[in-house]
Design a protein around this ligand. Structure first.
Ligand SMILES: Nc1nc2c(ncn2[C@@H]2O[C@H](COP(=O)(O)OP(=O)(O)OP(=O)(O)O)[C@@H](O)[C@H]2O)c(=O)[nH]1
Length: 458
């Protein structure tokens, strides 16, 4: 089931454009002349993406750079194609620029550019028979994620590379954010948190020292400890994506108002497909709360994959299609008090198949309309019919909602608030007594969000 769900989700992310095997870039008429359309075989896939959309150099983009084997492609594949971390062991070397357009919903759309390790930036890089100069690469770039392999011996190669990149990029785009992922902090080498922090401090010092002379002005660096084997890569990448969303402060404000008016402990707005959170309230993000809320999406989608029906679904007694609202009420797992036990409890629930965990589905009669995936997947070389079919069957729509009661007096509340965007909250049971109030406020939140992203009239 998990595989099926993952395949479905993977198909929804967007198409991958590989400079090596795509048709030529056709010059386009972007606002500043930088737009380029894909000649053939491209297309922005994913929910919300239209068919045969152009590859636009005006879209926000995140560049993935770093030394060989540092984990660049693995990060892209795990986050945006739902590749399982273990499968990344079989990835080959990246020898040409590959671009993925991520368009899971209309609110968060960007490109991921995965560079080969040995790119010579001052000369530019070939993509689909066209030379992309540093101006084109960095010009509209929102963030550069530089990946350092923490399991590799501290990396003079990585530092030299970073130095080279920053020297070129500074001239083109002084406002760019540099995100350093201290990656692969997993396994026996990184059992203790203290060791991780020590490694981070070490690398941070080395980076600052290395780049002292590049610019007189301060360069903005953020450092993250990441691994594809846990949630850390999701959390880190979420923070990078936040920098691409101009409406972020307004969304945070809305979430702050929501949690204050409903006495909610923590609220996340998740992109359901990638499981990146695109906004949260002002309370600090505790990784175990994040894991719980993120795992809840898995539970809901797994349940939806089992019980959700698309067109042609069997009919219930009233003649309505059996639809999934995946209301997973009263899911109680073992554990004691506190966040750790919550994590353990839901970890079990999410790890096992949903059918094993006592997930109950709402009365289908109440669940509303049948399930249909919103948006469509554009044709692409790597998206076969089977995967498209699975995406259509992905049961997450306006009706999707779920409630999970934990045995430590906490409730997890999930509600779809826009196309492939879910609000996931943690609420104390005693504060959930006025359920109607929460539902009402969440509906207000949904409407405000809709307003926020409504294109302003010309
Ligand atoms: N332990 C561990 N291994 C990882 C992690 N991320 C990636 N790897 C492994 O690192 C190896 C290299 O990963 P790639 O994604 O191919 O690295 P790359 O930077 O794209 O490599 P090039 O294309 O050669 O530049 C693979 O064997 C991955 O399985 C991680 O978080 N932890």
């Amino acid at each position: 089931m998990a595989d099926e769900r993952d395949a479905a989700l993977g198909a929804g992310v967007g198409d991958e454009l590989d400079g090596a095997d795509q048709g030529g870039l056709v010059g386009g008429g972007g606002a500043n002349g930088l737009d380029a359309g894909l000649g053939a075989g491209g297309g922005a896939g994913g929910p919300g993406g239209g068919p045969q959309e152009a590859l636009s150099l005006n879209r926000p983009r995140i560049l993935l750079m770093g030394p060989r084997q540092s984990g660049k492609t693995s990060i892209q594949r795990v986050l945006f194609t739902k590749m399982s971390p273990h499968e990344t062991l079989f990835l080959g070397h990246t020898d040409s620029l590959s671009i993925k357009f991520v368009a899971n919903n209309p609110f968060v759309q960007f490109e991921i550019w995965d560079f080969p390790a040995d790119v010579n930036l001052s000369e530019g890089i070939m993509f689909a028979d066209q030379l992309l100069s540093p101006d084109l690469i960095f010009g509209n770039c929102a963030a550069l994620a530089f990946i350092i392999d923490a399991q590799d011996d501290p990396s003079s190669e990585a530092l030299t590379k970073l130095h080279e990149i920053v020297s070129v990029a500074r001239h083109v785009n002084p406002d760019m954010n540099y995100e350093v992922f201290i990656h692969k902090v997993d396994g026996d080498l990184f059992l203790s948190e203290d060791h991780k922090i020590e490694v981070q401090r070490d690398i941070q010092e080395q980076v600052e020292l290395e780049l002292e002379e590049v610019s007189d002005e301060e360069i903005s660096f953020s450092f993250y400890l990441t691994s594809i084997y846990d949630h850390s890569i999701y959390e880190a990448f979420s923070k990078v994506v936040h920098k691409l969303i101009p409406q972020l402060p307004a969304m945070e404000n809305l979430l702050n108002i929501l949690i204050a008016s409903c006495e909610i402990e923590k609220a996340f707005l998740f992109d359901v497909v990638s499981k990146l959170y695109i906004a949260t309230d002002h309370n600090p993000v505790d990784i175990s709360s994040y894991e719980l809320c993120s795992d809840m999406i898995d539970v809901v989608i797994d349940t939806s994959c089992i019980y959700g029906m698309s067109t042609g679904a069997p009919l219930n007694a009233n003649g309505a299609a059996l639809a999934i609202s995946a209301s997973t009420d009263n899911l109680i797992a073992a554990g004691g008090d506190g966040a750790a036990s919550e994590a353990a409890a839901l970890g079990d629930a999410a790890g096992a198949s949903a059918a094993d965990t006592g997930v109950a589905v709402d009365d289908p009669g109440e669940a509303g309309a049948g399930v249909a995936a919103e948006g469509s997947v554009a044709d692409g070389d790597d998206v076969d019919e089977d995967r498209e079919q699975k995406l259509e069957n992905l049961a997450f729509d306006r009706q999707s909602s779920s409630l999970i009661r934990l045995n430590n007096n906490m409730i997890l509340y999930l509600k779809n608030v826009a196309s492939y965007l879910a609000l996931v909250c943690m609420v104390r049971s005693q504060n959930y007594e006025k359920q109607g109030l929460i539902d009402y406020n969440v509906e207000c939140f949904r409407k405000a969000l809709e307003e926020l992203f409504r294109p302003s009239p010309a």
